[in-house]
Write a protein that binds this ligand. Structure first.
Ligand SMILES: NC(=O)c1ccc[n+]([C@@H]2O[C@H](COP(=O)([O-])OP(=O)(O)OC[C@H]3O[C@@H](n4cnc5c(N)ncnc54)[C@H](O)[C@@H]3O)[C@@H](O)[C@H]2O)c1
Length: 323
């Protein structure tokens, strides 16, 4: 019998792509997602509708509810947990910190405790490049000090890493934390800049360009990130952290230029100061992931944006046909 993997946040952007790949690899997949309305719930439902039903069970539950998730975990023969559910987004964490504490800190603890009780030995969790805050040393390495987060979101991600470390140490649960650097692509997140900009430029609306377009982000195409998640699930480590980025930071102004070229339309820009909580740049040192996870990002920003824009246009026209 093929193995059963629990994917939390499977209706989310990264969770959907990961579940799709795992199903293609012949795994049985259990998804837990609470389909919250932080962004368009229909997009989450449409993602799930893309997945083959065979070998898939989807539970609409909150990972902050220990009883609910431990019931699911006890009922199914789960051998690995891929924990991708979280309240994401840096800016919203300044407005509503409590939901971040609930989903990202309590939610992670609940899953690890349920894993311990059900003797599940392998646990992969999503962390974030935001834990590096405004660190001056670049590129960011897993060995750098990350004691100075500048958003509450980052603080909850660092907390999740620490909780995972204690469960690995105390109960021998293999834990791998993946620090994702701005993952983007088809079926992506409408709250992220690349999605918002595409929408605004297409509709002829102004785009807010924070920090006068001077900030830099290391963009990671979803199809480059997923193989790293799969390898992390296949190759358990006692406790390891990996940067999953592209190691090619891109200035926001250049990013907008590429998007304009892809869309064939000029953006109306509103230049603004930087926002609280936003880091000035992200830049991943990916040598550890290359060596230990055989990680090989290969998609350039223009190739990745092209794929995103193609999906975006198609989804906009067809989304009323889904479900
Ligand atoms: N996309 C990125 O650029 C990026 C960067 C760094 C880290 N991450 C992390 O990667 C993971 C996946 O991110 P994503 O971009 O797919 O985000 P996403 O918001 O699309 O996916 C997260 C999913 O988790 C679900 N969820 C949230 N709180 C929940 C709860 N309490 N109980 C059950 N389900 C819950 C949401 O409904 C959503 O479907 C997250 O942990 C995120 O913090 C993402």
């Amino acid at each position: 019998m093929s193995e059963t993997i629990l994917v939390t946040g499977g209706a989310g952007f990264i969770g959907f792509h990961t579940s799709k790949k795992l199903l293609e690899l012949g795994k049985n997949i259990i998804i837990i997602d609470n389909f919250n309305d932080y962004y368009n719930v229909k997009l989450k439902e449409d993602r799930i509708a893309q997945l083959p039903k065979k070998d898939l069970k989807v539970y609409n539950e909150d990972i902050a509810d220990f009883k609910a998730i431990s019931r699911i975990i006890k009922k199914n023969p789960i051998t690995k947990i891929c924990h991708l559910a979280a309240q994401a987004g840096v800016r919203y964490s300044l407005k509503n910190p409590f939901i971040y504490e609930r989903s990202n800190v309590l939610g992670t603890l609940n899953l690890l405790e349920a894993a311990k009780q059900s003797e599940i030995k392998d646990f992969v969790l999503a962390s974030s490049s935001s834990v590096y805050g405004n660190n001056k040393k670049i590129p960011f390495s897993e060995e750098d000090n990350v004691d100075n987060p500048i958003s509450f979101y980052a603080a909850t991600k660092k907390s999740a890493e620490l909780i995972a470390h204690t469960y690995s140490h105390l109960y021998n649960i293999n834990c791998t934390a993946l620090r994702f650097f701005t993952v983007y692509g088809p079926w992506g997140r409408p709250d992220m800049s690349y999605y918002k900009f595409t929408q605004a430029i297409t509709e002829g609306k102004k785009i807010p360009v924070y920090n006068y377009g001077k900030m830099k982000r290391d963009f990671t195409f979803i199809e480059d990130a997923v193989p790293a998640i799969i390898t992390a699930l296949e190759r358990p480590f006692k406790y390891e952290i990996f940067n999953i980025g592209n190691s090619k930071p891109i200035e926001l102004n250049y990013f907008i230029e590429v998007l304009e070229n892809t869309l064939g339309k000029t953006a109306e820009k509103e230049l603004m100061e930087d926002q609280q909580g936003d880091v000035k740049q992200t830049f991943a040192d990916i040598s550890k992931a290359k060596k230990m996870l055989n990680y090989k990002p290969k998609t350039s920003i223009s190739e990745g944006l092209k794929e995103f824009v193609e999906w975006y246009k198609k989804y906009k026209v067809n989304s009323n046909k889904y479900k």
